[in-house]
Design a binder for this molecule. Sequence first.
Ligand SMILES: Nc1ncnc2c1ncn2[C@@H]1O[C@H](COP(=O)(O)OP(=O)(O)O)[C@@H](O)[C@H]1O
Ligand SMILES: [Mg+2]
Length: 460
Amino acid sequence: MKPGQGPASQEQSLLARAGVAHAVSIGEPSEDAWIEVIQKMDAVYAELVQNQADLEGKNAALEEAQTLISSVFSSMADVLAVCDRLGRIQRVNSALERATGLSEAELAGQPLSAIFDTQSADKAGQMLARLHVDGAVADCEMNLKDPAGVPAPFAMNCSARFDHRGRYAGSVMVGRPLGELRRAYKRLDKAHRELQQAQQHLVFSEKMAALGRLVAGVAHELNNPISFVFANMHALKKYGLRVRRYLEAVNAGMRGDELEALREELKIGRVLADIEPLIDGTLEGATRASEIVQDLRRLSSTQAEPAEEFNLKRVIGTAASWVVKTARAKPEVALDVPEDLTAVGPRGAVHQILVNLIQNSLDAMAGLEAPIIEIGAAQSGEWIAIGVRDHGPGIAPEAMRKLFEPFFTTKPLGKGLGLGLYVSYGLAGDIGGQLCASNHPEGGAVFTLCIPRTQDRDAA
Ligand SMILES: Nc1ncnc2c1ncn2[C@@H]1O[C@H](COP(=O)(O)OP(=O)(O)O)[C@@H](O)[C@H]1O
Ligand SMILES: [Mg+2]
């Protein structure tokens, strides 16, 4: 036993620890004091045991939490890095170790930018700088350097972390691999853009082709009346000169045989007889030209076309001539339409549908030596049915189902856009009619357009 550690001093220190100070000062401790000391010692001991149990409990909880965090870290498919306030890596998870091919020990202490490729390393710096302002940066696409040095795309999210006093303590960065999905999306996006461009080109070239057909048709239509207006005007000018010469002779007092001879020479009788038909012809030509211009106005108008009474034979004839004039191989067009068949409705729409149907018939007979398009029309009650038949190969069963779908075409690129029947079907519905397709028992396709004879829907 060491000096000062005899029973008396042991007793005093025990008493002191138990808070029984007076026992020392009054000499021999009483039995009560001892009991009190022992009780206090028991309490201290129990408290110690309790503290130890608490500590062990907390330790176990801490270990559990640590195991949980480690298992979460290692089971995460996303990469994770924890950085200190200077942006140096403190901890990483196994996904990041795998993605970079570097261990946590190798990465610890390195700047965050070290795990990215050159381009993304700058972004990492900016991302950390933004954290101080925004607190978090979301969905930033960056490339990690994989073990082979190949950039691997990740969507990075980074948020600031704070210490218990609320001061900036560093950051946590989590990244989700974009890899195959992003590449597939990019390929899809690129293909989509290319398709859109191709479609725009197609629409543009189809518009140009339609414009070309329209211009050629209009040019031909206008050429006829204008040429006979010209011819008539030349004749009238010549006749005018002759009449002038004759009248000047009359005014100058020429009489008798001399005047008669001049009249004969200038064929004044024929001139006078010709003037009226010439003027009528000229007027007719001018009227025709004006009608064509009105037709064009109607076609280009975006407003709903007003209903008017029109002659079916005339509209069918114009539509057929528009198509035929622009065709290389001129087909024979056989019309079986009553002269006086009329309908009341939007004439331009009927014309446009017929142009599309006749154009398709012509296309279907490309390569045929003597193409014939048969167009018939008949009235049945309040309806008028117009049939356009060709002698081509007819419509294949699989095409029959898709005929009226937009962009369905069996024609080569640049030849057809697959909008003709789609537009015609819509137009037929707009005017209260119907368009249907079938194959003729003796070959070739038949398209039938049914339109109400009047605008009186109830009667139809
Ligand atoms: N008279 C027809 N004979 C055979 N097939 C036809 C006929 N008319 C249309 N078709 C088919 O319907 C498709 C769609 O026609 P359409 O909508 O006018 O577009 P496009 O003429 O631009 O191809 C054509 O590509 C063709 O396959
Ligand atoms: Mg077509």
